[in-house]
Write a protein that binds this ligand. Structure first.
Ligand code: NOJ
Ligand code: CA
Length: 691
């Protein structure tokens, strides 16, 4: 029998329709199971190569998948490996989040440590640490200090993820410019080229698998590369098996990770769930990050904010100085007044600082992070805001000129702190640093930590745009609040393809959002963006492609501890629906995903932190639908009032997006609600105890 090269490389032979280890190669194998016994990871070595595999309920999820590294100037750490020892332990502890989708998180797992040694003469050693949780499994490499592996340069990480099934993948590409900002594709994983994580997979027998990483501290972000060997594609497809390999974002010189032992890699995580709805809230990655490192967290204030922002995206204002300059003293005062009158904690101001004139992407080095434009009275406005119980949010766009930013970081944050500014929105428009390092390579990962740590020292919360994906940083640094890292609302203002399609958020929830909070900036009420020209934009033009009720529902569905009301204040005036934005919390005691199907719809219920109110958000794609939801999550025996913001009878995203029906009804834990969602629509509900 001719054994195709990929299979041979993995030490596998084909028998019938399955891949099995060669008998002669089988050596040591060690297993670890989740507390509920359902998830099992096997680590073994065969013909000198180390592999791992994953099963759930005894069925293969990941087939034997390779492990190891390639280095510059040293032999690969991959061959002649032997398992020399193992150790085990169990952890079961529950910790409290300062803020989040749920207040309490249980970390319950079994751990297996596999000590691996390379044969002489090199004799390098490492440990593969595996943890099995009920909601997934994870592993990382630990490289202890040793003379034969001291300073190193990794060129490739050889970790593979060989799926047992040609699962349907929900993905965005990672090998093009524009970071994470793409529409999602859903396709068999055999079609994948290079994709970002979290990568959500739906197997043919209905299992949900999410590949991602956790605790990215001093390493390159991981992308997943589909097979680079076309000759094996047909063979693997016919077996229903697929191989993904780790691809790390590089430094300018092609090295991916520089380090010195002792060293640990980020965790490679594989979340597992029986239903799409069970994927969220996703806490696997949080459990793999170190606990809170800040002495005090009482200054960290999840909040809603407004800002001088949407106007630039719809072209009624500019970042640059001139007649349409958005960040003027008078304009900012009006936003502060609006924020104070409506209970918003923050006012974001973009374009306040010198550097925006001309081509601000090319002129990154010209940004000052301390010097305001002359028509912006920074000191006076900070004080005016404070008097009204509101804070300014400082905008720090770097255009990837990170050296320029780092030089000013300490001065800028010292200034903000002295002015009572307790939040920054950073920006990293661009794909490479000035020196050519990748946007989410190790160089930038290090930059990130510097910013988060400097912000923490100065009592500043961070909202990052064009970020590196979320790998759970918020557990250790709860001032790392939220980030972008996908197409946000702004694409509806200027997206060349007309904006985000109606199904977009129903995919986002099960993909990008599994990594962590997103500053999506919902709440556009002028859905057809008539504010620019007075003429409503057509469905094909860049505009919001949802109903008004769906904009409200997004506050519940898309979690963020800093949540913007994105539209111009005048578009909220006289709008009864605005009450929902004023009411909705940004910090939750509990979260329950009631129902959902990737790309079609999702319904989420969340209980406010430390209070009795519940909020429900439901969104659908381009299909109108009716969903019935039981309210059994309410406290039994208690009477409640549901304030319902539903699509109007004639609502649809194309022609009647503003049609909304607001009503109230008495409910309790035995009630069932029928949610009627228009095409591209949604529903938002506040459920409060009856007086
Ligand atoms: C892209 C960000 O996502 C957006 O919010 C910001 O306004 C612009 N960059 C300018 O910094
Ligand atoms: Ca759909």
């Amino acid at each position: 029998m001719r054994i195709p090269c990929t299979a041979r490389r993995l030490g596998l032979v084909l028998i019938g329709a399955t891949l099995l280890p060669t008998a002669t190669a089988a050596q040591a194998r060690h297993q670890v199971r989740s507390p509920d016994g359902r998830n099992e990871v096997t680590v073994g070595s065969r013909e000198g190569r180390l592999y791992y595999s994953v099963r759930r309920d005894g069925r293969p999820v990941l087939l034997p998948s390779g492990l190891g590294f390639e280095f510059r100037g040293a032999a690969p750490l991959r061959d002649n490996l032997q398992i020399v020892d193992t150790a085990r332990r169990t952890v079961d502890e529950t910790w409290t989040q300062p803020w989040g989708e749920v207040a309490r998180v249980r970390d319950h797992h079994h751990e297996l440590r596999v000590e691996v040694a390379e044969a002489a003469p090199a004799g390098r050693r490492f440990t593969l640490v595996v943890r099995a949780f009920d909601d997934g499994v994870a592993f990382r490499y630990e490289l202890p200090a040793q003379p034969s592996l001291d300073a190193f340069e990794i060129t490739e990480e050889l970790t593979e993820f060989v799926m047992a099934d040609n699962a349907r993948a929900w993905w965005v590409p990672a090998n093009r410019e524009n970071r994470y900002e793409f529409l999602y594709s859903g396709s068999p994983m055999s079609m994948l080229d290079t994709v970002h994580t979290p990568l959500t997979l739906e197997t043919t027998d209905g299992l949900y698998v999410v590949i991602h990483e956790a605790n990215l501290v001093d390493y390159a972000a991981m992308n997943l590369l589909g097979t680079d060997d076309d000759s094996v594609r047909p063979m693997i497809d016919s077996l229903g098996a697929r191989r993904l390999r780790t691809w790390l974002a590089p430094w300018a010189d092609g090295v991916t990770v520089r380090g010195r032992t002792p060293f640990v890699t980020p965790w490679r995580t594989i979340q597992l769930a029986d239903r799409a709805a069970d994927l969220a809230p996703s806490v696997l990655g949080l459990n793999l990050n170190p606990p809170n490192a800040l002495e005090r967290t009482d200054w960290i204030e999840p909040q809603k904010y407004v800002g001088i922002w949407w106007g630039m995206h719809i072209n009624t204002m500019t970042w640059a100085s001139g007649p349409k300059h958005g960040a003027t003293t008078a304009n900012t005062k009006a936003y502060i007044d609006f924020a104070a009158a409506n209970g918003f904690g923050g006012v974001l101001v973009e374009g306040w600082n010198v550097g925006w004139d001309g081509d601000w992407i090319r002129n990154a080095e010209q940004f000052s992070f301390t010097q305001p434009y002359p028509d912006y009275d920074l000191q006076g406005l900070a004080e005016y805001a404070r008097e009204q119980g509101v804070r300014l949010i400082a905008h720090n766009e770097t255009s990837m000129g990170v050296e320029n930013y780092e030089r000013q970081l300490e001065d800028a944050f010292t200034l903000y702190q002295s002015l009572g500014i307790n939040a920054v929105k950073t920006g990293y428009v661009g794909d490479l640093t000035r020196d050519g390092h990748a946007h989410h390579g190790q160089y930038m990962v290090r930059h990130w930590r510097k910013v988060i740590e400097a912000a923490a020292r100065h009592g500043i919360m961070v909202d990052a745009h064009e970020p590196i994906k979320d790998t759970g940083e918020r557990r250790t640094y709860p001032n790392m609040m939220t980030r972008e890292g996908a197409r946000g609302q702004e694409y509806n203002a200027w997206g060349g393809d007309g904006g985000n399609p109606p199904e977009y958020e129903t995919i986002l929830f099960f993909t990008r959002m599994l990594a962590g909070p997103m500053d999506f900036t919902p709440g556009v009420f002028d859905i057809q963006i008539a504010s620019t020209t007075g003429t409503p934009r057509r469905p094909e033009e860049p505009r919001v492609r949802t109903t008004l009720a769906k904009q409200l529902a997004l506050y519940v569905v898309l979690y963020s501890p800093l949540q913007m009301a994105a539209d111009l204040p005048q578009n909220y005036e006289g709008q009864p629906a605005f009450k929902f934005i004023r009411d909705v919390p940004v910090d939750w005691e509990d979260t329950k995903v009631l129902d959902g199907k990737i790309g079609d719809y999702v319904v989420v219920a969340r209980q406010e932190r430390g209070g009795p109110d519940w909020y429900v958000g439901a969104v659908t794609d381009e299909e109108a639908r009716e969903l019935e939801i039981p309210l059994s999550f309410l406290a039994s025996g208690r009477r409640y009032v549901a304030e319902i913001y539903a699509d109007g009878a004639d609502a649809d995203w194309r022609d009647h997006p503003h049609s909304i029906a607001i009503s109230e009804r008495a409910v309790d834990a035995t009630s069932r609600l029928t949610l009627t969602l228009a095409a591209g629509g949604g529903q938002a509900i506040r459920i409060r105890p009856a007086p």
